[in-house]
Unconditional design. Structure first.
Length: 277
């Protein structure tokens, strides 16, 4: 299993692969490549994923042109462009995949967002920013990839201004999940464990971050991965012309494990909101 820097390298290599880039761009929604909030189980991945961004953006107090945002694990930059477009926020988008970042920068150029969004190649285990730089730290389903989650949270606290806010989502293991129950998922992402709600609460409290709310919505995780699996199977013929059959087979199997883990109660997903006192 990968830990520490090894986990970061594993994630970077995966998201830099041509297969992964094409899959996330074409199947996952192409803009917000994160878990969606679905009004019905047949809704488009794109629309549901955008709804997650919109809902998360409603949680911080009064975002605006004065707000400096750090987006940790920014993917193709959908959230960064939303925050910049809707509120005029200045966003630093930190992401470890150079391939995703190239797509992100191209999308920013097309949208005329280059003055408000800075895309940085790097890891959120070592944020390239001074202490107390940001008013808001934002992350969607990315911290799970770290083998040093405690370090990530320490970096969040370090770069947040006093009075700043931390809003994030992450697929988590349930607090009462027994060892081995998630092994197929952990093997797939090359990690020894996932974070849990209890872990995030303990570590943020230790760091002086106060919990504002946790909106638990694990059913959205199972719906999302089910939708991605459905779309993968529905477009399999076209995808096979561009993406390796081995990648698609592993993806289908992996998606099934996430759905099963959610249905069995071993996984938790939701939106955390913290405030730095």
């Amino acid at each position: 299993m990968a830990t520490g820097q090894g986990a970061t390298t594993t994630a970077r290599d995966y998201y830099n692969s041509e297969d992964a880039d094409l899959f996330y761009a074409q199947v996952w929604g192409g803009e917000d490549i994160h878990i969606g909030l679905y009004r019905n189980p047949d809704e488009s991945i794109f629309d549901a994923s955008r709804r997650t961004v919109e809902h998360m953006a409603s949680l911080p107090r009064h975002p605006g042109p004065q707000t400096r945002v750090l987006d940790m694990g920014s993917g193709y930059g959908g959230a960064a462009r939303y925050l910049a477009t809707e509120f005029g926020c200045r966003v630093t988008a930190l992401n470890l995949s150079e391939v995703e970042n190239a797509r992100h920068r191209a999308k920013n150029r097309q949208a005329g967002m280059e003055q408000l969004i800075e895309v940085i190649d790097g890891s959120f285990e070592d944020v390239p920013a001074e202490d107390a730089t940001f008013d808001l730290v934002w992350s969607q389903d990315a911290i799970r990839h770290s083998g040093q989650r405690t370090t990530v949270l320490e970096e969040v606290e370090r770069v947040l201004k006093k009075g700043g806010e931390f809003v994030f989502t992450d697929p988590m293991q349930a607090d009462d999940c027994l060892k081995g129950m998630l092994q197929p998922i952990l093997d797939r992402i090359h990690l020894e464990s996932l974070g849990s709600p209890g872990f995030y609460r303990r570590e943020t409290a230790r760091l002086g971050l106060s919990e504002v709310v946790f909106e638990a919505m694990t059913h959205q995780l199972t719906t999302h991965y089910s939708r991605v699996l459905q779309e993968t199977e529905r477009h399999e013929k076209e995808l096979n012309d561009q993406i390796s059959s081995d990648y698609l087979a592993r993806m289908r199997k992996g998606l099934g494990h996430w759905v099963e883990g959610g249905h069995q109660g071993h996984l938790v997903w939701g939106i955390f909101h913290f405030h730095k006192d």
